[in-house]
Design a protein around this ligand. Structure first.
Ligand code: AMP
Ligand code: MG
Length: 323
């Protein structure tokens, strides 16, 4: 079975094709704001401007044509409404033109499925940290339960906000990582954990107030140490509660080497395994949507045109795991 996946939940327009045997194509183009964060309309404009080009590129890379596909998967949510519309329109158009069934995919679940496909993880507790989402997910009686999550903004968003306030370009995560590598010291900040839930906006404000009084390197390192220690503590609690022997770290923030180190160390101490997908599959991408589509279509799922409306607030625990 060959499936095309279309990702357009936020800044990335990604198109990918997978078969049962291999990953056949992975094309993407990221909206990069000149200033500020992600402007919904501008990101959506970026996506429709690049749609035809990426479609052409995936066909070339996979050496096949769209009409040879068995399914078309698109990220139906959660995400920025204006951006979700673009992916849904591409999917409906291709599906109708070529008579190929389509399936609307939950973006968070796709991160887990591509993680399982590209690593040795089988039944992991997932720590998913991105620009728009921060969740700990665990498969329990047929659904991925959200056992912990941020109560306000996502960790990636927090890093980007702080980076911007400090005068660095978007995205802030990699900029702060580089700064943090320059020092081992930290200043004390509040610790953003509430049980297995997290909260980052207060930590951003607190750190932001110290800009100018404390060196950027020290601020970046302090923010990282506090925020990452908290997410790893929440992950450890979730694993202990579940008796889980595998952790899967994914989302754009999983690119951070200090965070990976902390997750790996925690797992080692528990006798558990830590898995991180290759970088191109941690960041948002079309391949993960294709993979989730492949799994769901094999299980007999299909989304009809009348059910293909975007779902900006779609939570992963609303989906029955039948694959
Ligand atoms: P995503 O939404 O999953 O595509 O991930 C984008 C987010 O990942 C942005 O908020 C980035 O700041 C963050 N990010 C990317 N690379 C790193 C890094 N090396 N360290 C921390 N955060 C990162
Ligand atoms: Mg994501």
């Amino acid at each position: 079975m060959k499936v095309l996946g279309i990702e357009s939940t936020a800044h990335t327009l990604g198109l990918g094709i997978v078969s049962d045997e291999e990953i056949l194509a992975n094309q993407k183009d990221m909206f990069e704001p000149e200033e500020g964060g992600i402007h919904p309309r501008k990101a959506a404009e970026h996506h429709y401007q690049h749609a035809m080009e990426l479609l052409h590129n995936v066909e070339q890379e996979a050496d096949m044509e769209i009409n040879e596909l068995d399914g078309i998967a698109f990220a139906q949510g959660p995400g920025i409404p204006q951006c979700l519309d673009i992916g849904a329109v591409i999917a409906r158009t291709l599906s109708d033109k070529h008579g190929i069934p389509m399936v609307g995919i939950n973006h968070c679940l796709a991160h887990i499925s591509i993680g399982i496909r590209t690593t040795d993880a089988e039944d992991p507790t997932t720590l998913y940290l991105s620009g728009g989402n921060s969740q700990i997910l665990d498969l329990r009686s047929g659904r991925y339960r959200i056992v912990g999550e941020t109560l306000d903004i996502a960790l990636g968003n927090a890093l980007d906000k702080l980076g911007r306030k400090m005068g660095y370009p978007h995205p802030g995560g990699p900029e702060l990582e580089q700064l943090a590598e320059e020092t081992e010291e930290i200043v004390e900040l509040s610790y953003p954990i509430k049980g297995m839930d997290l909260s980052f906006s207060g930590l951003v404000t607190e750190t932001q107030r110290k800009i100018g009084d404390v060196d950027d390197e020290l601020l970046a390192n302090s923010f990282q140490e506090h925020a990452y220690a908290a997410v790893v503590e929440a992950l450890e609690r979730a694993m202990a509660q579940e008796g889980s022997e595998e952790a899967l770290l994914t989302g754009g923030v999983a690119m951070n080497s200090r965070l990976r180190e902390m997750v790996e160390k925690m797992c080692e101490q528990r006798g558990a395994e830590a898995y991180v997908p290759p970088p191109e599959y941690c960041m948002d991408n079309g391949v993960m949507i294709a993979e989730q589509g492949r799994l769901e279509m094999k299980a007999g799922r299909e989304t009809k045109l009348e059910d293909s409306e975007k779902r900006p607030n779609w939570r992963p625990d609303e989906v029955d795991v039948e694959w």
